[in-house]
Design a protein around this ligand. Structure first.
Ligand SMILES: [Zn+2]
Length: 332
């Protein structure tokens, strides 16, 4: 019996969030997620709730349902720029990741639920980006891109195992992603020459490893009441944080082979519902579709006012003459 994904609730502080250079590692305070080697007195970047910590209990929060309200949250997160603007904008809209919950028990932390090290965000964003790039390449059957992406890792891992020099060219370029390299190193079964089928298999194995690693202890199975009165139960996967919700959403996209596209009007991601009419496949919403339609009409009129013929306008806008003529008439 498969489990359902719990309709997870999260919150956003209405005051918004700040990118802050601060040292929270003093004394007993040792938030987990602190980059290795950072000692007391050193400043590292954090994302924190805007406003005075002393008045945190007074800060207002907005609740929302990440999985229900944002079906492409994992894609939005993967595209978040790792800089103050990108991360603060994400937090202002969706809240913190909840990664500070992953702390060793008993450790005192100053501002629970209100500060997270940027390094933890960076790790999450890069991981999901890596997995998503591979998953998209497999779905698009882009074997050339897969080859380009995977080849340097395989070669670096090989030359490493054979005691070669792993410090040149492509190999040096990927040395930064040590986790990735470690994974390839531990897979000597990966052949030196791979067929396209094997390429996709390697990519999917890598995606699987990344997703499972990040789901880890962040999503737990629970039995919950569907209806307490009738005594009916359900088995649910419950994320413990926004990070957990994002990873399980990605996991679900993979296992259910979901399809996503960018809206032609606003450029945001949306999930394609294959049961819906074909016209809904290019826009995320009716509002965007109407807006795109109005803009095309307006463009037709603008072109007409420059003296362009109805036939040329129709070709330029990918429409037919009758429609274009009607648009222009409607204005008059
Ligand atoms: Zn849109």
């Amino acid at each position: 019996m498969p489990g359902e994904i719990f309709d997870f609730e999260w919150f956003v502080h209405n005051e918004g969030y700040n990118w802050l250079e601060a040292d929270f590692s003093l004394d007993t305070v040792a938030p987990v997620g602190l980059p290795e080697g950072v000692g007391a007195g050193e400043s590292i970047p954090w994302i924190t709730v805007a406003g005075e910590p002393s008045s945190l209990s007074l800060l207002s929060r907005r609740r929302y349902y990440p999985l229900r309200d944002h079906s492409c949250l994992f894609r939005v997160f993967a595209e978040t720029a790792i800089d103050p603007r990108g991360i603060v904008a994400f937090a202002d809209r969706y809240g913190l990741l909840g990664v500070e919950l992953e702390s060793a028990p008993g450790r005192a932390r100053p501002f629970i639920g209100t500060a997270e090290p940027i390094s933890a965000w960076e790790r999450e964003i890069l991981s999901i980006r890596n997995a998503l790039v591979l998953w998209d390449m497999v779905n698009e059957e882009d074997d050339q891109a897969l080859e380009r992406y995977l080849r340097p890792y395989v070669e670096a891992a090989k030359s490493d195992m054979e005691g070669g020099d792993a410090s040149t060219g492509d190999i040096a370029a990927i040395a930064a992603s040590a986790g990735e390299l470690r994974w390839f190193r531990t897979r000597p079964e990966i052949p030196e020459q791979f067929t396209s089928g094997q390429l996709r298999q390697i990519a999917l194995s890598r995606v699987q490893a990344i997703v499972n690693e990040h789901l880890g202890s962040r999503v737990s199975p629970r039995i919950l009441w569907d209806d307490y009165q009738r005594g009916s139960w359900g088995l649910y996967f419950v994320p413990d944080s926004l990070a957990g919700a994002i990873w399980i959403q990605f996991a679900q996209a993979i296992t259910e082979n979901r399809d996503y596209r960018r809206c032609r009007q606003c450029d945001s991601w949306f999930e394609i519902d294959h049961y819906k009419a074909r016209t809904n496949r290019y826009f995320c919403s009716n509002a965007c579709r109407s807006k795109a339609y109005r803009e095309r009409q307006q463009e037709a009129r603008n072109l007409a006012s420059t003296g362009m013929s109805v036939g040329d306008i129709a070709i330029k806008l990918g429409s037919d003459e009758e429609t274009v003529a009607r648009w222009i008439r409607q204005q008059a």
